[in-house]
Write a protein that binds this ligand. Sequence first.
Ligand code: UDP
Ligand code: MG
Length: 345
Amino acid sequence: MNDPVLTIVVPCFNEEEVLPETIYELHQLLIELIKEKLISNKSKLLFVDDGSRDRTWELIYKEGLSNDYVRGLKLSRNVGHQNALLAGLFSAKNAADCVISIDADLQDDIQVIREFIQKFNEGNEIVYGVRKCRDTDTFFKRFTAQGFYKVMKTLGVDLVYNHADFRLMSRRAIGELERFNEVNLFLRGIVPLIGFHSTSVYYDRKERQAGESKYPLKKMLSFAFDGITSFSVTPIRLVLLLGFVSFFVSLLCGLYFLTLKFIGETQTGWTSLITSIWLIGGLQLIAVGLIGEYVGKIYKETKQRPKYIVDIDMFNMGMPKLKNSPNDEELIHLRQNSMEVKELS
Ligand code: UDP
Ligand code: MG
């Protein structure tokens, strides 16, 4: 295989303080990788300006004029990290064999990018950068992040533990990502659903080099809530369950309250009042939960997610002439052919 063309996508929101350093370091790395013949010299850095209000775009634009490895994409307004990332991935896709996404603050170790490429050349189409530990986080961030992973796991969502958006994806994987039509795209949940051959690379995360976090508590909570509600209807189910529980509790309490009445230990009117409060409360929750079940179905339908993703298409491509089952290199070749068939169709 020829050296793959790599594009590194960097979403930036008000990053003027850290950007010059980021551009410098990524540029150095790109040149090293090209020299080592790990990647093609057509590789690029793509900086996505997510509606910054500072000099971020100016910096990207000026660098792009003099540096052939640097490209910029300016979004019309701030659309958030996930959407900015998608804009970058989709624009980079056609000109690259693989795309790596990384945050502008260089908290992720750029040296492991080398390992990403090696894993890609070995036939992995998705490589996740996974943090070894969370020592550099504040106690609060560590605690909330771990809680989030636990909740997601209980709700049945398959996430790669301690993986943020530092990852490599092949052109084909991004092509499949484009078929997820939902508006609320929670990338960390969606990417594992693509299902192609994938692996993880471990690294230590550093402190932010300059500037401050663009994820204040409010954004973090809304990100987590989006993640949960775009992947799971379990919260709706819990309402239904709660309805059933309070309905049965109301029956038991009803019996208890009636007993109290017959023993004569209650005020007049109390028994009927308290029993109906419990009963109606339970019935209402059941009703809301039932409606929720239908809303949940509509919600799943409106997402129009692809029902399946083809890995190797031996039907449209014709059968390869292999004596034994294919080895890794032949598998890579088969996948490339499958991609060509798909692009032609
Ligand atoms: N970011 C973005 N749009 C936003 C918020 C953040 O493109 O609305 C970018 C930001 O410039 C950075 C990345 O997303 O490159 C991650 O943000 P940050 O480092 O502030 O998050 P943290 O590491 O604190 O979770
Ligand atoms: Mg950061």
